[in-house]
Ligand binder design. Sequence first.
Ligand code: GUN
Length: 286
Amino acid sequence: MTATAIDGNALARKLREGFAGRVAALAAAGHRPGLAVVLVGEDPASQVYVRNKVNACEAAGMLSERITLPADVAPAELLAKVRALNADERIHGILVQLPLPPHIDETAILDAIAPDKDVDGFHPENVGALVQGRARFIPCTPLGVIRMLEEAGVNPAGQEAVIVGRSNIVGKPMALLLIERNATVTVCHSRTRDLALHTRRADILVVAAGRPRMITGDMIKPGAVVIDVGINRGPDGKLCGDVDFESCRAVAALITPVPGGVGPMTITMLLENTIAAAERRAGRVS
Ligand code: GUN
């Protein structure tokens, strides 16, 4: 079997076309959706991600504000910036790019973002709502994965879903979203005793571990759906995922490539969360 590759770029394009009318209606009513992206320091990968987010925002006709602070910024200054954005009427979504430098308490910063502007869905109030199955903002990457599954006609109900990685950004919210869709979910991580034992049982395998090509074709079930959330730079300088695409493609039924798989969907969901935030705000003030 050779798996069909899921084209994240094509799906992202289609969804973004659908946003145009919503953005235009909001702009006409004086509520052009606005996203603020805060970058601390000069991590090259974060710089690329932030540039892509800002560009996507502008291409969608939305307002984008990019705030760049030095790596040694005082925590109080970053906190003050977040609070100013909370109070800024033009801004509907606030994203602080992670990771932050070690001297900054990441949790304290994420907690300071107004929950109704938390388009990343990382504030404990939004995490709690997601746990309870009444989410307001769903973290962008797992939401993008769910949309890809829907588009590909994959219904998680009753399926064995295995997630590799337990981060707050991907693994944990991914597990919650799949449970809500009635999958039987296993979460594997760096201390899992026999990873392949679990991955070989997966009808749906989502890999977000940050280890280049760690999942090989012998570790997956024939006909599986394999979603690769990893973005790594290989020794040859090229981007690669956490999944060894060539060997897994020969075994899986559906697989996402890197680049061009989950990545464009993450940014698309960020735009959607920001538009939804602006719609909610417009509904409150009009
Ligand atoms: N760093 C890696 N992924 C993300 C994300 O989805 N949001 C933020 N804020 N930082 C990240």
